[in-house]
Design a protein around this ligand. Structure first.
Ligand code: AGP
Length: 597
């Protein structure tokens, strides 16, 4: 029976977007469909008494773009006759004109969504062959889509297609799946087939066919997912976010495995082989990314510039295209993205390639859109990150940026001894993160003192400035408390006006080359009565005395400190959000993969 499998798949995908959900199953009597607003639990309750026997179906969780999260706007959407049902990820950019044309030809719309146009468009072209109708409709669509289509006239088939939105097939034992994310089908099969742009596939219970928009048959290879269902489960933790915070020592090891060669003090990056010459000619690196991945990029700038003579720029992917960048010879663009599906980052990398730049990717999800769009790249191998708030992928991105720095620096002026010491220090990080994790209950205690505040300031200098930004983002995302981050030196240029007993400051101040200066900033806050949480080096009694609360991290070379200092900030946000009773893994308004611009 399809319904329980679809519901389970929806639950595994709930982290991606979740203001409403629905499913449709082909029964003997025709297609039955149930939708509901809110979490999957609501849909599950509504389906409690249903006795659906059908073995083919579609399901969807929605993150509202066009039209508010109402029942009418939830997927699946259907045609006028309620025979063709569609689920859609992405955006139909020309939906307004399509809707007007379709309405003028008598189609009756029931929702405000762009997605519904697809159901009516397919209905228009349908003359007995569902795949053909889909193939004839899609060229009329501008925008991005990953769609699933079924019809009561074709109970044995489901048609799926993609452009700019992820879609994979899963080959089970006598059953076949399609999903936008591998975690939806991982409990049934690890054998997947990645669909490519403009592929249309028809899946049957035991086989599939893939065609292009011209109905030419295509063969796509299958691959086995490198992780199993356990990676997509909480494994005893209260939340995926906490589980993923605890997976960080392993994430560092996985990112380094087979890449850091301690004896020679070098980094081997297999994903870049074949383009090493081009990379060695690189004079300027432009990093493009969003959110947490952007902060990883900001740190990348500090570390690459500290160890090489390559100039690094970092752009928010959403702003990248608005700059009139001069793509001089030797400009390389690096996209950083956990999901590999972020629309802004994808568009930035497309723009870079159009302008003739070499495009690299630092991506976690294998075979994702960004991974495929780039000329070469490095995978995180961090396993699936389910919580909306990124944690382990940030640590993993940083680890790879250190390796990338080593890769470049050893081809410039870094000596073998320096390279060896670089790797030794990096290799010591997982154990040091473990030591911070052992202090989780202490951090939980500290968090309990701060749940009554509404605003927070995060401060850090040099390598720890991006950490402050990331700390503030984490708190905002999961606790809905307002948090702003500043470079500590910038505080006196304005934000200091905010300091009073109602504004706690979280100061990242390990004993590094900027320590003394940051201490002065801390003194400035203290003298104005601002509550202080310090994140500092183990045994730093000076910082402890200045702050109301202090969280210690083990000592390391200053360049590597962010791998440690960010961990208490993740835990602090987590415990504040938990005490406030927030939906930690699924914060309101957010989706894991932001596939809209
Ligand atoms: C991180 O906690 C956020 N949920 C978000 O900022 C995220 O980092 C951003 O949307 C970029 O995602 P990506 O790494 O998958 O491209």
């Amino acid at each position: 029976m399809a319904a329980p499998i679809l519901l389970e798949g929806l639950k595994r995908l709930e982290y991606r977007g979740y203001d409403s959900a629905g499913l449709a199953v082909i029964e003997k009597s025709g297609v039955v469909c149930q939708r509901s607003v809110g979490k999957i639990g609501a849909l599950e309750s509504e389906l409690a008494g249903a006795d659906w026997q059908g073995t083919s179906g579609l399901a969807h969780t929605r993150w509202a773009t066009h039209g508010s999260p109402t029942l009418e706007n939830a997927h699946p959407h259907c045609d006028c006759k309620k025979t063709i049902f569609v689920v859609h990820n992405g955006i139909v950019e020309n939906h307004q004109s399509l809707r007007e044309q379709l309405m003028s030809r008598g189609h009756r719309f029931r929702s405000e969504t762009d997605s519904e146009t697809l159901a009516h468009l397919i209905e228009e072209h349908y003359q007995g062959d569902l795949e053909k109708a889909v193939a004839q409709s899609l060229p009329l669509v501008e925008g991005a889509y990953g769609i699933g289509v079924l019809s009561s006239d074709h109970p044995d088939q489901i048609v799926v297609a993609r452009r700019g939105s992820p879609l994979i097939l899963g080959a089970g034992d006598g059953e076949f799946f399609a999903a936008s994310d591998a975690s939806a089908l991982i409990s049934h099969t690890r054998k997947v087939i990645d669909l490519q742009e403009d592929d249309i596939a028809v899946i049957y219970s035991d086989h599939h066919e893939i065609n292009n928009l011209k109905s030419q048959s295509i063969l796509r290879p299958s691959r086995t997912l490198a992780w199993d269902v356990k990676a997509a489960e909480k494994q005893g933790h209260d939340h995926f976010m906490l589980k993923e915070i605890y997976e960080q020592p392993e994430a560092v090891c996985n990112a380094m495995r087979g890449r850091a060669v301690g004896s020679e003090g070098i980094a081997k990056l297999g994903g870049l082989s074949g383009i090493e010459d081009e990379i060695l000619k690189m004079k300027r690196l432009c990093i493009v990314s969003c959110g947490t991945s952007y902060y990883a990029g900001l740190l990348g700038r500090y570390i690459i510039e500290a160890c090489t003579d390559i100039g690094v720029e970092v752009d928010l992917a959403s702003e990248f295209r608005y700059r009139k960048l001069n793509f001089t010879e030797g400009t390389v663009v690096l996209a950083i993205s956990q999901s590999g599906e972020t629309a802004d980052t994808f568009a930035a990398i497309q723009e870079a390639r159009r302008r003739g730049s070499l495009a690299l990717g630092l991506v976690n999800v294998v075979e994702s859109s960004i991974a495929r769009e780039t000329d070469a790249g490095i995978y995180n191998h961090a396993g699936p990150e389910i919580a909306v708030a990124s944690t382990k992928s940030f640590i993993s991105q940083l680890t790879i940026l250190y390796l990338f720095t080593l890769f470049l620096a050893r081809r410039q002026n870094m000596s073998m001894a320096e390279g060896q010491s670089f790797i030794r220090e990096l290799e010591s990080i997982p154990e040091k993160i473990e030591r911070i994790l052992e202090r989780a209950s202490e951090i939980e205690q500290i968090a309990s003192h701060y749940t009554g505040y509404k605003n927070f300031l995060f401060l850090g200098r040099k390598f720890n400035y991006p950490v402050a930004l990331e700390g503030a983002l984490k708190l905002k995302e999961i606790s809905y408390l307002h948090a702003e981050a500043y470079a500590a030196g910038e505080m006196k240029h304005g934000p200091i006006a905010l300091i009073d007993s109602n504004l706690p400051s979280v100061c990242v101040a390990p004993q590094d080359s900027t320590y003394e200066k940051t201490l002065s900033n801390i003194e400035e806050i203290r003298s104005r009565g601002g509550p202080l949480i310090g994140v500092g080096t183990e045994g730093d009694e000076t910082l402890r005395k200045l702050c109301n609360h202090m969280i210690e991290v083990p000592a390391t070379q200053e360049i590597f400190a962010p791998l440690l200092t960010v961990v208490p900030l993740q835990l602090l946000s987590y415990y504040i959000a938990k005490e406030l009773g927030c939906e930690i893994d699924q914060p309101r308004n957010l989706a894991k993969s932001v596939t809209v611009e």
